[in-house]
Design a protein around this ligand. Structure first.
Ligand code: MG
Length: 180
């Protein structure tokens, strides 16, 4: 009995929680529509595009960057509202109009000298799936398309635009970001 116990102990990591994939995350990549927002596109009278963002998501993203985890936004669309939100949050890596999000991510990761295994992403729909498969840790928001949920490693409890991003930020912070 004692021998069996010691075998189990030998297989267990020395510091559970310190060796999981979240511990190694250096870059979090976000989709915009359906992740940072609820996915709805609102158009004003002059044709301007309006989006609503979660203030709580913003606090989480700032905390993440303070902990040494970089944040990037890769969107298939172009939006002045997104550019403004990224400026507010100090997000320096915004790629807009990305028809191929995986290709955009690979170029960015190379430039930042991070391996895909050190990256996490949050997505909500089919265009995010190749990126989800490339990174070390992928999340689909709670209200993601079923195909994106199947492709992602995990699903958030909260929906896009309603705290899903903050939820992932808190998980990554709890796992321990790199201290600056
Ligand atoms: Mg989306």
């Amino acid at each position: 009995m004692r021998a069996a116990r010691s075998k189990i102990a030998a297989r267990a990591p020395a510091h559970p929680g310190a060796t999981g994939p979240r511990r190694a995350v250096r870059l979090l990549v976000l989709d915009v529509d359906g992740v940072l927002t609820d996915g709805r596109l609102l158009y004003g009278a002059r044709g301007e595009e309006l989006k609503s963002f979660s203030v709580r998501d913003g606090h989480g993203l700032k905390a993440l960057r303070s902990a040494g985890i970089e944040v990037a936004v890769i969107s298939g669309r172009r939006s002045a509202a997104v550019r403004r939100r990224c400026r507010e949050l100090g997000i320096r890596h915004l790629i807009e109009g990305a028809e191929d999000k995986l290709a955009a991510f690979v170029r960015l990761a190379s430039r930042l000298k991070v391996r895909p295994a050190q990256c996490a992403c949050i997505g909500d729909d089919v265009p995010d799936i190749p990126l989800m498969r490339a990174v070390g840790l992928s999340y689909a928001v709670a209200d993601a398309h079923p195909a994106a949920k199947r492709a992602a490693r995990r699903a958030t409890a909260l929906s896009g635009g309603s705290g899903a991003v903050r939820e992932v930020c808190d998980l990554l912070l709890a796992a321990g970001g790199r201290k600056r």
